[in-house]
Design a protein around this ligand. Structure first.
Ligand SMILES: Nc1ncnc2c1ncn2[C@@H]1O[C@H](COP(=O)(O)OP(=O)(O)OP(=O)(O)O)[C@@H](O)[C@H]1O
Ligand SMILES: [Mg+2]
Length: 260
C-alpha cells in the first residue's frame, strides 16, 4: 500500500452545510494525503469556497466531521486550526497593507515562536527572523520590495506575499482559493512556481481554480464539486475525459460557467 495514503492530512466525512434553509454542502467525503496536491473545481456556486470555510472553521458544518492530521477539528475555532498548521490563503485579505513587506513576513515568523522574556535572545531572534524573512521574500522576487508598504504591491505580488506569510507561519496544509484570479499571465506562472516550491517542501495543498488546464500541471488529483456534492474525484486526465464534466459545465444544469 502507498505509504502516503496511510497518513491523511485532511479527512472530510459526510460534510453538510446549510444556511437560510439552503443546503450548500450535501455530504462531502474525501481525504487528502500528506504531501498531495488536489485541485477543486466546479461551477460557480457549487460550494467550493463554502467547503474551504468549513475546513478552516469560518463556518460550522451542520453535520459531518473534519479531521486534520487524524485529529477531529470540526468545531475548533479558526485561529487554533491555524496554529495546528492549517493555512487558509485569502485573496489579499491576509496581509497588513500598512506594514512593510518585510514586517509582514517577520510578524508571520514571530507568530510561530513562543513569547520572549529577555532582551538579548530577543535581539538575536529578531535578527534571525529578518534574515529568514528576506530569504523567503527572495524566493518570490520580493526582496527588493522589502521596505515598501505591502499595500503598494500589485495584486499578484500581494498574493505571493500572502502565500509566503502562510508558509512562514508554519502551515502544513494550504487552502488556496483561486490564487490566480485577476492576476497577469506572468504572475500566474509565478504563483504556479510557488505552488511547486510548496510541493517540494512536502506541503499538502488544496487549490480551487476555474482553469483546469492551469491546475492539471501540478495536481495529481482533481475533485469536481457540483451542487455541494463530489461528482468526480480522479486524475486530471480522467476528469477531463469525463462526460459528467462536460454536462455540468456545458449541459443544461449549468449554462453559465467560466471553466475551460
Ligand atoms: N454566508 C452565506 N450566506 C448565504 N449564502 C451563502 C453563504 N455562503 C455561501 N452561500 C451560498 O452557497 C452557494 C455556494 O457558494 P460558494 O461561494 O461556496 O460557491 P463557489 O463554488 O465558491 O462559487 P464561485 O466559483 O463563484 O466562487 C452559493 O449559492 C452562495 O450564494
Ligand atoms: Mg468561490
Amino acid at each position: 500500500m502507498d505509504e502516503k495514503r496511510e497518513q491523511p492530512a485532511l479527512t472530510l466525512q459526510e460534510l453538510r452545510f446549510a444556511i437560510h434553509h439552503a443546503q450548500i454542502l450535501n455530504g462531502v467525503t474525501f481525504d487528502v494525503s500528506r504531501g498531495e496536491t488536489v485541485g477543486v473545481i466546479g461551477p460557480n456556486g457549487s460550494g467550493k469556497t463554502t467547503l474551504f470555510n468549513c475546513i478552516n472553521g469560518f463556518y460550522l458544518p451542520t453535520a459531518g466531521k473534519v479531521l486534520f492530521q487524524e485529529r477531529e477539528i470540526t468545531r475548533m475555532p479558526p485561529f487554533q486550526r491555524a496554529e495546528l498548521g492549517l493555512g487558509r490563503v485569502f485573496q489579499n485579505f491576509g496581509i497588513f497593507r500598512e506594514m512593510t513587506v518585510l514586517e509582514n513576513m517577520v510578524t508571520a515568523l514571530e507568530g510561530r515562536q513562543p513569547l520572549r522574556t529577555t532582551f538579548f535572545p530577543w535581539a538575536k531572534q529578531n535578527r534571525k527572523n529578518r534574515e529568514r524573512a528576506l530569504e523567503l521574500l527572495g524566493e518570490v522576487q520580493l526582496a527588493e520590495k522589502a521596505h515598501l508598504k505591502a499595500g503598494s504591491l500589485s495584486g499578484g505580488q500581494m498574493r505571493l506575499l500572502e502565500i509566503m506569510r502562510t508558509f512562514a507561519f508554519g502551515a502544513e496544509l494550504f487552502l488556496l482559493d483561486e490564487p490566480t484570479a485577476g492576476v497577469s499571465p506572468k504572475m500566474k506562472e509565478d504563483v504556479a512556481e510557488l505552488v511547486r516550491k510548496l510541493q517540494n517542501e512536502k506541503k499538502t495543498i488544496l487549490i480551487i481554480e476555474h482553469d483546469i488546464r492551469f491546475i492539471e500541471k501540478f495536481c495529481e488529483r482533481i475533485i469536481v464539486l457540483d451542487s455541494g456534492r463530489v461528482l468526480l474525484d480522479d486524475t486530471p486526465e480522467k476528469v477531463k475525459e469525463s462526460p459528467l464534466l462536460q454536462e455540468i459545465y456545458f449541459g443544461k444544469r449549468s449554462p453559465s460557467s467560466g471553466l475551460v
